[in-house]
Design a protein around this ligand. Structure first.
Ligand SMILES: Nc1ncnc2c1ncn2[C@@H]1O[C@H](COP(=O)(O)OP(=O)(O)O)[C@@H](O)[C@H]1O
Ligand SMILES: [Mg+2]
Length: 315
């Protein structure tokens, strides 16, 4: 089992119809397939939500058997600069497309390109527009220069809804003969936070330890605290029990080995579920924001998190 293919690849949708939780995007992409034509596309959204998957599935449906010859994937951040990207694109674009009337170039992490590089890319897009369509993938469309944005149809890939994650994991579980208990599914949904890649990886890691996946097992294989642990820690400090909250913090940092960044991100996520008045939530959001900034700047995590708990416990 240790040599097993990652489930993210094993269960990557082949057809657009296998993509879950994206009905509008799938419908638009299918309409390109049926017209056998498409504009340049810009896919924007966080990691693990189906951008690469949709580009691959679109190419398969558009070109059928010959999709490999008509599709090129390039990562804008691995390649050494825009010149390499342009050379690769040029070589690919120059040869005739097989079976179709254009080829697709998928450029992943295109927001890693500097504005200058993006301008060069824009010219490349113009030169080859009759033979190539570009699919640019990025985390933030705002990091793409306006002249490229205006040449593309923009698709926004938000975090996946929980029912989409449930649907896909249930399918995988059936195929792998594992059972996901309700609390196991809740835990995976919480950890994944809309990211299907994270959901599948977590499930696979847990399934390595047991065929029956419960919350316990899921938290064991993930570097996440249970929401209750974070909540207890915040409540202890808000209630003025600084020492108790510090003890809980220690257990997360030392026993669980979580990073300060993980903990503060989870604290931020937990705020809205706390049973406290709105003004205290406002105060919490404000303080967490400040300490998160300090962590990012590289200060000592333990000191900063303790300082945050100390401030919360002072009222
Ligand atoms: N909407 C989706 N439907 C089904 N599987 C998905 C979906 N989105 C992501 N996945 C799964 O998660 C993995 C990561 O998706 P991918 O498309 O590579 O994400 P990214 O948005 O980072 O390009 C894929 O291998 C696929 O199995
Ligand atoms: Mg991707």
């Amino acid at each position: 089992m240790s040599f097993e293919k990652p489930w993210t690849e094993k269960y990557r949708p082949v057809k657009l119809d296998d993509v879950v939780g994206r009905p509008y995007i799938v419908e638009r992409l299918k309409s390109y397939v049926s017209r056998n034509n498409m504009p340049h596309l810009l896919f924007a959204g966080p990691a693990g939500v189906g951008k690469t998957t949709c580009a691959l599935a679109l190419a398969r449906e558009m070109f059928g058997e010959s999709w490999h010859q008509n599709f090129q994937e390039t990562n804008a951040s691995d390649e050494r600069g825009i010149n390499v990207v342009r050379e690769r694109i040029k070589d690919f674009a120059r040869t005739m497309s097989m079976g179709g009337n254009f080829k697709i170039i998928f450029l992943d992490e295109s927001d890693a390109l500097t504005p200058d590089a993006q301008n060069a890319l824009r010219r490349t897009m113009e030169i080859y527009t009759s033979t190539c369509r570009f699919i640019l993938s990025c985390n933030y469309s705002s990091k793409i220069i306006p002249p490229i944005q205006s040449r593309c149809a923009i698709f926004r890939f938000g975090p996946l809804p929980e029912d989409a994650i449930l649907e896909k994991l249930a399918r995988i579980a059936e195929n792998e003969n594992i059972i996901i208990k309700d609390d196991g599914m809740d835990a995976i949904k919480y950890i994944a936070d809309g990211d299907m890649r994270k959901a599948e990886n977590t499930l696979q890691a847990a399934a390595f330890l047991g065929k029956e996946i419960n919350g316990e097992l899921v938290y064991q294989v993930s570097s996440r605290a249970r929401p209750e642990e974070i909540e207890d820690m915040i409540n202890a400090s808000l209630g003025g029990n600084f020492l108790a909250s510090r003890k809980l913090l220690d257990s997360l940092l030392i026993e669980k080995g979580l990073s300060g960044q993980d903990i503060i991100t989870q604290m931020h996520r937990q705020i809205m579920d706390l049973d406290i008045p709105e003004e205290r939530k406002v105060d919490l959001v404000d303080k967490i924001g400040e300490h998160e900034f300090r962590l990012v700047e590289g200060s000592n995590e333990r000191i900063q998190l303790e300082a945050l708990l100390a401030r919360l416990s002072k009222k």
